[in-house]
Design a protein. Structure first.
Length: 268
């Protein structure tokens, strides 16, 4: 019945140190052997998941895909060919960035193939290192990105109150924009209508796969866009309450083997 499994990465498929359990690797391989596509669906850039794709035997494979930047881009794994792009308009991204600079946060600016961080925090840098995410420190005006494809702009501060303040300020400045939280430390901003769910449905249409034929697995608020749009929304055991409320199935285990739980329940 199900043709695509799409899964968030951090704290869903991956452990807190960024590694993946053998149970999850084996279950994904078994699902792939049955012809079910496994599509990582992440807020990160697609270039940062290449090592994971090697472990899943999906690296540089034709007709296999990754959704990245919270739905900002869908790429085919072979040559990282962009098949869907939902970037932020430059003026919008610049205004968002300007609002964010007023708060005690560091700011990530994601272009199509690179990450820049304004005022990088030591705790954020340490977290990114566990994920193998490279970046350059942003120096100078935001205008340097005028000719770039900007995928999203996000802030990091472990204090939820600070992130909520930024969220409210950005939301108040626009008639429509997509703000959400992730990993317990980030507040992320994409163009209005862009989320993980829109992107996986875009991919589904290209592959002649309906929403009812897609399983989505997640743990946090930025996964709600896909969980509310697919036929089988799944929360891992460590999912936040809001994710568990929309899920049709909550796995017995957390990121250690929650994805494997879902695959065994619905595919194997």
């Amino acid at each position: 019945m199900y043709k695509i499994i799409t899964s968030d990465l951090d704290e869903t498929l991956l452990r807190t140190d960024g590694s993946i359990s053998q149970a999850n690797v084996d279950a994904i391989a078994a699902a792939s052997a049955k012809g079910v596509k496994f599509v990582p669906n992440t807020g990160r850039g697609f270039l940062t998941v290449q090592t994971l794709l090697k472990k899943l035997h999906l690296y540089q494979q034709p007709d296999e895909y990754v959704v990245s930047y919270n739905g900002g881009v869908v790429v085919e794994n072979q040559d990282n060919h962009v098949i869907v792009s939902n970037q932020m308009p430059f003026a919008e991204a610049k205004q968002v960035f300007g609002i964010m600079t007023q708060f005690d946060v560091d700011i990530h600016v994601y272009t199509l193939d690179h990450l820049y961080i304004y005022r990088p925090r030591a705790d954020d840098v340490a977290y990114l290192q566990t994920r193998g995410v490279p970046f350059d420190e942003m120096i100078g005006s935001f205008d340097q990105f005028a000719d770039e494809r900007i995928m999203k702009v996000i802030v990091m501060n472990p204090d939820l109150g600070v992130r909520q303040d930024v969220y409210r300020a950005v939301m108040a400045a626009f008639d429509a924009i997509n703000c959400t939280y992730s990993s317990g430390i980030y507040m992320e901003v994409n163009h209005a209508g862009v989320d993980k769910g829109t992107a996986i449905l875009d991919l589904g249409r290209k592959l002649d796969v309906s929403a009812d034929e897609i399983i989505a697995i997640g743990d946090n608020a930025n996964d709600l866009g896909m969980l509310t749009k697919v036929g089988m929304p799944v929360s891992v055991a460590n999912g936040i309450d809001e994710v568990k409320r929309v899920a049709k199935f909550v796995t017995p285990h957390d990121f250690e083997s929650g994805v494997a739980d879902a695959i065994h329940e619905f595919i194997l």
